[in-house]
Design a protein around this ligand. Sequence first.
Ligand SMILES: [Fe+2]
Ligand SMILES: [Fe+2]
Length: 144
Amino acid sequence: MTASTVPFHRQWTTADASGHPQLDAEHRALIDSVDEIAHAIAERRDAPAVFALLEAVVHDCIAHFASEDAVFRQAATQEAESHIQKHRELAEKMQNLLRHASDGSMASMEMVAALLYDPLVIHMVSEDQKLYPQLRAKVPTTRR
Ligand SMILES: [Fe+2]
Ligand SMILES: [Fe+2]
């Protein structure tokens, strides 16, 4: 299996780093999970195995949103509250997607995996990134 045959393949890069160790570790783990799901689908693993991965990544992402909410609140970034509201909306969207995938068909799971790319990855590289300059200015991070 080569990376080019795997849908949604993306690896963590240093450009993704906020400098906040906990957020970076969680983002990195989410990207790794997305990659694992893409491989599971490409390798045609059985549906319950793929569904278990989808469930786990949604659970981990919702837990990550909670820790990110706390970090942005603590840093009192200007956009913290609107960002937290986005997390609520994305969490609801992910749970709805998971319900859709629970029909057990591979077709549903492939579609859900594709749609989870938005809350799991696009949110991080677009919305989260916007808050990093304020975060770096207000709390100790490892990257300036
Ligand atoms: Fe995040
Ligand atoms: Fe976020």
